[in-house]
Write a protein that binds this ligand. Structure first.
Ligand code: ADP
Ligand code: MG
Length: 627
């Protein structure tokens, strides 16, 4: 039989294809199954307009058979089939897609078909794993059947043959195993099952395969059971993707189960967000907010992204571009027939559609979280524990570009409500003459409660937001204001005019003592002054302009070498007995007064949660007093 030659370019293309387009050999099965599905779709479409076809959607199927002895893998369909001309045009010319033409010819009329093919190269991917492919096919309405055969770049043959039924068998002779590649795997039932579930789970026609199973022998005793293996034909794919079904037809448990299975989570999701969009870009999405923080969430290992499908065929497992950083905890799938895929159907050539979808999903997620917050506060607090930090990072990132979007989703612990509150709630409770949104930073709410600087505000019943995470102050700095109210640290709260004046007078009256303390402490402090806010405490430390103490701690942890330090201003309460003792000592016993100054400073550091420069020196001083 005379061999027909591929054109020279075709040879090169085939070589290129087989060896470089696809990154994973295993996708050949996805391509062959997609073609079978397209063939079924085409005949199914014909059946709509031609009574003579006599088939319903439910009659179509795709079958996989592996023959280990012959080393062949066969994918059969009872779809539209091909005649000699089709074989020449579709399998003899690389990069010619019969499916693409089919869609073009039908255009709007074919809106309801889900034909997948478009590039005319998928078929040849089977040469990555096979050294010979035989196609036995009979076209609907034709009397004769044909056999197409090729071993790759050297060409193909077509001959007439026998085939009883309409449809196509693709018989792939699997390559011998090599050092690098165990091709034999593609003849193993478990592997085929795995691949179908991974890539072709949502093909709309049943993909069937004989699978071997084990059962207890019927006549074997219960206490000494014997087992036997048997085979059964099983449908491997779930066919209808849950995201294609109407929301009202899916139960919560079905959604939960899908989430747990698909994303390997033991916990149910907290939120399920089904999305269906029709218009310029049509797509369906099903998103989930996990019920627990993945163990690797805040590490580099965690990969964000949504699964991307095109017409039910998996294109990408984790498409990062679909999710903004601040919602990177969201999991789910997106399925759109409108994606422009590149030839390998792995990467996207244009990302315009993706951008539109991503922008849309961001809004949907935001809307759902807002709803969650207003309808189920307790649930939202759990969510906040899991992923709140991510939202705060989101506010700070990219110079605050996303702060408008995120600010109403934030929660901070309130000193008066004793629970996390929103900024809106805080502002709506502000007293008429209150100018600022006050916050205090510290390690825990308990520690902040005891900060001397909060005493005045707390006595006046003013609400203070407690910032217990490093990112909180950066977050407030980025927001700057909320509903035109400025954020302000309790450390630089405005002092009432009267109190300020009093502090000035005191500074004058006790100038000698302050100068003495400043001199004794040297460069450790920037300034020593009388406090206008201390009531029962003897000392406190305030940061000057620029870095706050909490920021200093943060930088100390992440960049210790930079030695970034906040300015230290030591405030003394002149009405406190400790100050009076100090003042007396300045006159009578300057050595002792130096010790007192150092003690007061150390105490101020401890209250602020800052490390002592010399802890054992401090202990010696305290013990010295006990002698
Ligand atoms: P694509 O699917 O992108 O069109 P392929 O290389 O996968 O490209 O397939 C090329 C063409 O071969 C298809 O468009 C289709 O016309 C034809 N074809 C492949 N497999 C089958 C099949 N099982 N039944 C009928 N036609 C097929
Ligand atoms: Mg194809």
């Amino acid at each position: 039989m005379a061999k027909k030659q591929f054109k020279a370019e075709s040879k090169r293309l085939l070589d290129l294809m087989v060896n470089s387009i696809y990154t994973h050999k295993e996708i050949f099965l996805r391509e062959i199954i997609s073609n079978a599905s397209d063939a079924c779709d085409k005949l199914c479409y014909l059946a709509l307009t031609d009574q003579a076809v006599g088939m319903d959607r439910g009659d179509f199927k795709i079958e996989i058979t592996a023959d280990k002895e012959a080393r062949t893998l066969t994918v059969s369909d009872n779809g539209v089939g091909m005649d000699r001309e089709d074989l020449e045009n579709n399998l003899g010319v690389i990069a010619s897609s019969g499916s693409y033409k089919f869609k073009q010819e039908l255009r709007d009329a074919a809106k309801d078909t889900d034909v997948i093919g478009q590039f005319g190269v998928g078929f040849y991917s089977a040469f990555m794993v096979s050294d010979q492919i035989t196609v036995v096919t009979r076209k609907y309405g034709a009397d004769s059947a044909y056999r197409w055969q090729s071993s790759g770049a050297d060409g193909y043959t077509i001959s007439e043959c026998e085939k009883a039924t309409v449809g196509t068998d693709i018989v792939m002779r699997i390559k011998p195993d090599s050092e690098e590649e165990r091709y034999g795997e593609f003849l193993e039932g478990w592997r085929l099952q795995e691949l179908v579930r991974k890539y072709s789970d949502y093909i709309r026609f049943p993909i069937r395969m004989e699978v071997s199973k084990t059962r207890k022998k019927e006549d074997s005793p219960e206490d000494k059971p014997e087992y036997e293996t048997y085979t059964e034909i099983e449908t491997l794919n779930s066919m209808v993707p849950i995201w294609q079904r109407a929301k009202s037809e899916v139960t919560q448990e079905e959604y939960y189960k899908f989430y747990r299975d698909k994303f390997h989570d033991y916990a149910d999701p907290q939120r399920v967000i089904p999305v269906s969009v029709e218009g310029n870009i049509t797509y369906k999405a099903l998103l989930f907010v996990p019920g627990a923080t993945p163990f690797d969430y805040y590490t580099k290992e965690f990969e964000k992204g949504l699964q991307l499908y095109s017409n039910g065929v998996l294109i990408m497992d984790k498409c990062a571009d679909l999710l903004p950083e601040h919602f990177r905890f969201v999991r789910g799938v997106v399925d759109s027939p409108d994606l422009s895929l590149n030839i390998s159907r792995e990467l996207l050539q244009h990302d315009r559609q993706l951008k539109v979808i991503a922008g849309n999903l961001e809004k949907k997620i935001k809307a759902d979280l807002s709803k969650f917050l207003s309808e189920d506060r307790e649930g939202y607090q759990t969510f906040w524990k899991n992923f709140g930090r991510q939202l705060k990072y989101g506010v700070v990132n990219e110079y605050g570009r996303h702060k408008e979007l995120l600010q109403d989703l934030l929660l901070f612990y309130s000193s008066t409500e004793k629970k996390p509150v929103t900024l809106d709630e805080y502002v709506s409770r502000m007293k008429e003459d209150q100018k600022y949104i006050y916050y205090a930073a510290g390690e825990t709410a308990d520690k902040i409660d005891k900060l001397p600087q909060t005493e005045g505000l707390r006595d006046a019943g003013t609400e203070i937001l407690y910032f217990t995470e490093e990112v909180d102050e950066f977050c407030a700095q980025t927001l700057r204001t909320y509903k035109e109210k400025e954020f302000r640290s309790v450390l630089d709260q405005e002092i009432e005019e009267g109190a300020e004046k009093k502090a000035e007078e005191e500074a004058q009256a006790h100038k000698g003592t302050f100068d003495f303390v400043k001199e004794a402490l040297g460069d450790a402090v920037k300034e020593v002054k009388a406090s206008a806010r201390l009531k029962s405490h003897p000392v406190c430390l305030t940061a000057g302009e620029g870095l706050s103490f909490e920021m200093e701690k943060y930088f100390q942890a992440v960049q210790p070498d930079a030695a970034l330090k906040a300015e230290r201003i030591l405030e003394l309460n002149v009405e406190h007995p400790a100050f009076q003792a100090l003042e007396a000592a300045v006159e009578a016993d300057p050595e002792k007064a130096k010790t007192y100054a150092s003690l007061l400073y150390s105490q101020a550091l401890l209250i602020a949660g800052l490390p002592l420069d010399d802890p054992s020196g401090y202990t010696d001083l305290v013990c010295g007093l006990m002698k």
